[in-house]
Design a protein around this ligand. Structure first.
Ligand code: URP
Ligand code: ZN
Ligand code: ZN
Ligand code: ZN
Length: 460
């Protein structure tokens, strides 16, 4: 089965040119001018941008969290991702404290294998690092193709590890050729502020925000960066929101240390005024919380400075009924918001159309860097001969609006309801198959494949 994409404008992280792309089976086999169609099915891409499928390296699908489960399954979440131009996601396996990494992986495999529609991989979240866990790191890297190990410096009692475990883990992961990633906020300070606010009877979502001030993130980001430098372990900070945290990484560049930084689309576009809407604000209760206009500016600038490497989502949706678990206590609102379907269009509309970033930068932070940093390049994340034919055809001019009434995520509200967009995903190919066309998903449940990842260099 072959496909010929004709007359498109091909954009990669480095190039911008008119060409045809020939796909055979799952891969791109030729790129050139006026390629002959032969018996290939022709897709006319006149007037469209032809870009790599998006890679969202931070999503939580069907995840047990705060007494409930995130509401998108691997099926519904990866299907919604495809609708939004994202062909591969990296989901988080959570080790249960007192149990092994392998048990957790078996559980996640049970949920995702045979149900995912789009391609996926896993990060392993290490929540209990001990001699038994330590012995499993090599197996994860060598046999399972899981090369990134997530840590939490907050969520004490469920997910958080201490600095002793962090240092030990970093030394082991470095030796095995992996990377440590982190939710970098100071859990003890946050727990203190949460308890203080609740004791004072301050229970609304606003106090979620006031319990996680910028210093909690800046301090933890600097501490993580220092430990990564000391151990020599490649490090990656997830969902960075603020100037103080980015400055910790900026400072580290002075000693020629590279720590990768991910921000998420919400931190570029939304601010803490969302917490002034009574309980409706629960839609944006996430950790870390939304910040200030000055932080948005720092993050956009950080993208162009090469300090912020990836724009992800931290997609962690909950139905409104689940959010209501925290009606009388902000600390019980399940943390997270839905965005897996919206990232590519929002970043294009707010980033490229509004001239904050270039088209090449767009592809770099949404597709190519996630593939490179997490060991999937050049199979994923670019348009080149031999790469998987994961391709998004995009109309840069079409205007439309985000709404829960039309989205495909399994959640009954949108965090971006009514948001006007310039630019629309038209057709999406995943491994050579037309997965999305005219708003329809054409690949079945179970089409998504688990992607084993390579060891990481920590230097790209
Ligand atoms: O609020 C969030 N971010 N929920 C998902 C879990 C996490 O901390 O990434
Ligand atoms: Zn067990
Ligand atoms: Zn987090
Ligand atoms: Zn997350």
């Amino acid at each position: 089965m072959s496909l010929l994409i004709k007359n498109g404008r091909v954009i990669t992280a480095t190039d911008d040119y008119q060409a045809d792309i020939l796909v055979q089976g799952e891969q791109i086999v030729a790129i050139g001018k006026e390629l002959p169609a032969g018996d290939a099915q022709v897709i006319d891409a006149t007037g469209l941008l032809v870009m790599p499928g998006g890679i969202d390296p931070h999503v939580h699908l069907d995840m047990p969290f705060m007494g409930t489960f995130s509401s998108d399954t691997h099926e519904t979440g990866t299907r919604a991702a495809l609708h939004g131009g994202t062909t591969t996601v990296i989901d988080f396996v959570l080790q249960k404290q007192g149990h092994s990494l392998q048990e957790a992986l078996d559980e996640w495999n049970g949920r995702a294998n045979g149900t995912a529609v789009g391609d996926y991989s896993f990060h392993m979240a290490v929540t209990d690092f001990n001699p038994a866990t330590k012995a499993e790191i090599k197996t994860m890297v060598e046999q399972e193709g899981i090369t990134s190990f997530k840590t939490f410096m907050a969520y004490k009692g469920a997910l958080m590890i201490d600095d002793r475990q962090m240092t030990d883990l970093m030394q082991e992961v470095r030796q095995q050729g992996g990377m440590v990633t982190v939710h970098a906020t100071n859990g003890d300070v946050i727990d203190y502020l949460v308890a203080k606010h609740l004791a004072e009877g301050k229970t609304s979502p606003l106090y979620h925000y006031l319990s996680q001030p910028e210093v909690t993130e800046a301090e933890a980001s600097a501490r993580f960066t220092d430990l990564a430098n000391y151990t020599g372990c490649p490090g990656y900070i997830v969902h960075m929101t603020c100037e103080g945290a980015l400055n910790a990484v900026r400072n580290a560049t002075r000693r020629n240390q590279k720590v990768y930084v991910e921000t998420c689309i919400q931190y570029l576009l939304l601010d803490a005024s969302k917490y002034e809407q009574g309980f409706d604000s629960a839609k944006w209760v996430m950790s870390p919380p939304l910040r200030e206009a000055k932080d948005q500016e720092t993050l956009w600038a950080g993208i162009n400075q090469g300090l912020v490497n990836i724009v992800a989502t931290d997609h962690c949706p909950f139905m409104w009924e689940q959010k209501l678990m925290g009606k009388d206590n902000f600390a019980k609102i399940p943390n997270g918001h839905p965005a897996i379907e919206n990232r590519m269009e929002l970043l294009f509309s707010e980033g490229v159309s509004k001239n904050r970033i270039s088209l090449n930068k767009y592809v770099e932070v949404a597709c190519t860097n996630p593939a490179k940093i997490f060991g999937m390049f050049p199979k994923k994340g670019t348009i080149s001969i031999g790469s998987d034919a994961d391709i998004m055809l995009f109309d840069p001019k079409e205007q439309h609006t985000i709404s829960a009434a039309t989205h495909h995520m399994r959640v009954d509200y949108s965090a971006y309801e009514g948001w006007p967009l310039t630019g629309k995903v038209k057709t999406v190919l995943l491994r050579g198959k037309v997965a999305i066309d005219k708003g329809e998903c054409l690949v079945p449940k179970g089409y998504g494949q688990f992607i084993k990842r390579n060891k990481v260099s920590g230097k790209i």
